[in-house]
Design a protein around this ligand. Structure first.
Ligand SMILES: Nc1ncnc2c1ncn2[C@@H]1O[C@H](COP(=O)(O)OP(=O)(O)OP(=O)(O)O)[C@@H](O)[C@H]1O
Length: 274
């Protein structure tokens, strides 16, 4: 796992610059991810976790910094150009699938992703068999419902299919943005289990934003912690294996205390010299 797959260098993004609503969402984020490495991103609300994923996926262009995937600088590529190599699953199980289309039709659309335009993909017998097999492997009994509109499924079933679709063509990088947060506990556990299975089986590199400390501790190889648009902790290798939920909570406390301390120090300085 030593080959670098993704490099994020000094990434910066400010929303509504020079207005009263200015938000400095990313303030110089640096990290790299090895091929096949699975990292969770945790952090306080509004710390920039989703913004990092959005910048990598190309939802918007960063103000500064570089994103290098597989040795190619992709920071200025439009989102659709990245979609062939980057798979995504969002928090909302209704995003990423077309409700009125059947399970099989949705999957065929996912199979086309990343292909050159004009290269059609008919729902032939063999493709249908392959879809049936891979849907059966989810163990959710959906293989008999391939022709049902995806909108008739539960959130958990739909999110499992979205995960299957996002990883169908074995993306170079999988981005998961709180993808179990909107599910009931049982479905969340099932989708988390499927996620770990697929990532391990296909040796995928993945970044998973989560608020679940339990998921952060148990699922990935590595944990990145963000606060106020910056990375403040990076647990990897042995340190990651040893880290437990109370350690993460203590780290959260440390960064927020440090901030209160900095704010008080700044206030004192202002009073003295301001
Ligand atoms: N498209 C946008 N337009 C304006 N502001 C945005 C946009 N996206 C994010 N922000 C702001 O940037 C900051 C970081 O947001 P982001 O969603 O990345 O945080 P997060 O760490 O994922 O938060 P949470 O844990 O609450 O989901 C927040 O203040 C947010 O309001």
């Amino acid at each position: 796992m030593s080959d670098v797959l993704l490099e994020v260098r000094d990434l910066r993004k400010t929303f509504f610059p020079a207005t009263v609503n200015e938000v400095r969402a990313l303030q110089g984020v640096n990290f790299s991810l090895a091929d096949g490495e699975f990292a969770a991103i945790i952090g306080t609300n509004g710390s920039g976790k989703s913004t990092v994923l959005n910048a990598i996926a190309g939802t918007f262009l960063p103000d500064a910094g570089a994103i290098v995937l597989d040795g190619q600088e992709i920071s200025r590529w439009p989102e659709h150009r990245r979609a062939g190599t980057i798979g995504r699953v969002f928090q909302n199980p209704f995003a990423g699938t077309a409700a009125e289309m059947s399970i099989a039709e949705n999957i065929v659309l996912a199979m086309r992703r990343g292909r050159r335009r004009g290269l059609g993909l008919a729902l032939s017998r063999s493709i249908r068999d392959e879809i049936g097999e891979r849907v059966r492997a989810l163990n959710m009994g959906l293989e008999d419902r391939l022709d049902n509109p995806i909108g008739t499924l539960s959130g958990g079933q739909r999110q499992a299919l979205t995960l299957l679709m996002a990883t169908w063509c074995r993306p170079r990088l999988l981005l998961l943005d709180e993808h179990t947060a909107a599910l009931d506990p049982k479905s969340a556990a099932k989708v988390a289990e499927l996620t770990s299975e697929i990532i391990a089986r296909d040796k995928l590199a993945a970044l998973m934003v989560t608020h679940s400390m339990q998921q952060a501790v148990t699922m990935p190889d590595r944990i990145l912690m963000m606060h106020r648009g910056q990375l403040v902790e990076d647990y990897r290798a042995e340190q990651k294996k040893r880290v437990r939920i109370p350690d993460l909570m203590a780290a959260f406390d440390r960064v927020t205390k440090r901030e209160r301390f900095d704010a008080t120090a700044a206030e004192m300085l202002l009073r003295q010299y301001g």
